[in-house]
Design a protein around this ligand. Structure first.
Ligand SMILES: NC(=O)c1ccc[n+]([C@@H]2O[C@H](COP(=O)([O-])OP(=O)(O)OC[C@H]3O[C@@H](n4cnc5c(N)ncnc54)[C@H](O)[C@@H]3O)[C@@H](O)[C@H]2O)c1
Length: 404
């Protein structure tokens, strides 16, 4: 009998369908193997969601591809899911509902993977880190853009000193109106696109360039998704200022929106530019070379500049149908990290293995504090603006965020 990593899942929405579902289906077919931990099964065992509707639909659709799983809905769903004793559980609920589920998972002594943004305040992230430490489990967060080959190359050039000292840069990520108008209509009230997507770039900047986050500024526009003076935001502009050990600084602007017209070319527009002492990096995640037009399909039903690196469905040269990309690879990687902790050697060495994985800061919650600080600052600045106090500035001293 092969050992089984039992998986729990909280939230069965868009991101479950795009990345977790293909991971669970692929691993059910092929298993998980590495010389360090051997040949394992990974099985989606139990799921928790608000209504259970999408879970039940998926249960039917996935018959024959993955074993059946338990589905729980409503207020007790997470507790019931945890009674199935998963080895790890993933949280993919709306951004402001990550904390409670994550806390329950860690308290049950279960390894945790949270969708970005991990949580919305330093107090919450510190509490989760402490529970994970106490209970000897992993607490990790998904930032799939760190696995994008272009971003890996950027980081490699920085690490190898080919690109020297970043001075400033900008990132933009624009989502179509349908995201705010229909996809997220249940939870969008009081939310903003900055926390939802700027956080990808906050992490990219924080992880790639290091340094100390010291100042956060932010503003935004309203009037399309909600009232012009309410707490629901159409678009946000965020500025982060970092300083570095050599006494120099860098500033980064991140612009986000979820009200871009639905028929704009690529569905999600992602652009970055970073300027260094000796170079410049220009990246466009959508325009990687393919432009496709199909009558009656593009650009609404099918994207015409398709990102085949994040998550694509393919007919492989050997005839197999597959769905793969870095959005799925990041979940596969987490399952391997859990497998390594649990099955990568003797029980006596489990703590050493746990520390080895925790030290991989790309995903560990303990290395996410500056990102959470930026998110908390953005949330609080926008909240103040909605309450009639615009143009506040946040400063982070490594411990707490203060607004001025
Ligand atoms: N990695 C990425 O690029 C990426 C992309 C999209 C979304 N996300 C993140 O994934 C998370 C979910 O986003 P989505 O697009 O799948 O949202 P969604 O609205 O499509 O789905 C949310 C799911 O959470 C469930 N849910 C809501 N409240 C719950 C609760 N209290 N307890 C249990 N389940 C609950 C809903 O039933 C639904 O199944 C968000 O944090 C988002 O930022 C990440």
């Amino acid at each position: 009998m092969r050992p089984v990593l039992k998986a729990g899942m909280v939230g069965m929405g868009m991101i479950f369908d795009e990345t977790y579902r293909p991971f669970f289906e692929a691993v059910a077919a092929r298993g998980l193997y590495d010389r360090r931990f051997g040949d394992l099964d990974v099985q989606l065992t139990a799921v928790a969601s608000k209504t259970g509707q999408r879970a039940e639909k998926y249960q039917t659709q996935s018959a024959g591809r993955i074993p059946s799983f338990r589905s729980y809905a409503g207020d007790e769903a997470v507790a019931l899911m945890l009674r199935e004793q998963p080895t790890f559980a993933c949280v993919a609920t709306p951004d402001n509902r990550h904390f409670e589920a994550s806390k329950a998972i860690l308290e049950a002594g279960v390894h945790l993977l949270i969708e970005k943004p991990s949580v919305l305040s330093l107090k919450e992230v510190d509490e989760l880190i402490a529970i994970a430490q106490k209970n000897g489990v992993l607490a990790r967060v998904v930032y799939h853009k760190l696995l994008d080959p272009d971003h890996k190359k950027l980081r490699t050039l920085v690490a190898d000193q080919v690109l020297q000292h970043v001075n400033n840069g900008y990132c933009s990520l624009l989502e179509p109106r349908q995201i705010s108008g229909s996809q997220f209509s249940e939870w969008i009230t009081g939310r903003n696109p900055g926390t939802y997507v700027a956080v990808h770039y906050i992490k990219l900047i924080d992880f790639t360039f290091g340094g100390r986050l010291k100042t956060v500024m932010c503003t935004g526009q309203r009037g399309l998704v909600g009232p012009k003076d309410g707490g629901t935001w159409d678009s946000c502009q965020l500025r982060l200022i970092y300083d570095y050990a050599d006494g120099r600084e860098a500033a980064f602007d991140i612009h986000t929106s979820w009200v871009t017209p639905d028929n704009f070319p690529g569905y999600v527009e992602q652009e970055v530019q970073f300027r260094f002492d000796n170079g410049i990096w220009n990246g466009h995640s959508r325009k990687r070379g393919v432009e496709l037009t199909v009558e009656n399909l593009t650009p609404l039903k099918m994207k015409n500049t398709i990102n085949n690196h994040y998550n694509g469905s393919f007919l492989e040269p050997w005839g197999e149908r597959s769905q793969r990309g870095y959005g799925i690879e990041v979940i596969d990687r987490f399952a391997r990290e859990v497998a390594f902790v649990e099955y990568g050697g003797s029980a006596a060495d489990r703590t050493a293995r746990l520390h080895e994985i925790r030290a991989l800061g790309y995903a560990d919650l303990s290395a996410d504090r500056q990102v959470v600080a930026a998110v908390e600052a953005m949330e609080r600045i926008l909240e103040a603006q909605a309450a009639g106090q615009p143009d506040r500035v946040a400063r982070f001293n490594g411990d707490v965020v203060e607004l001025f």
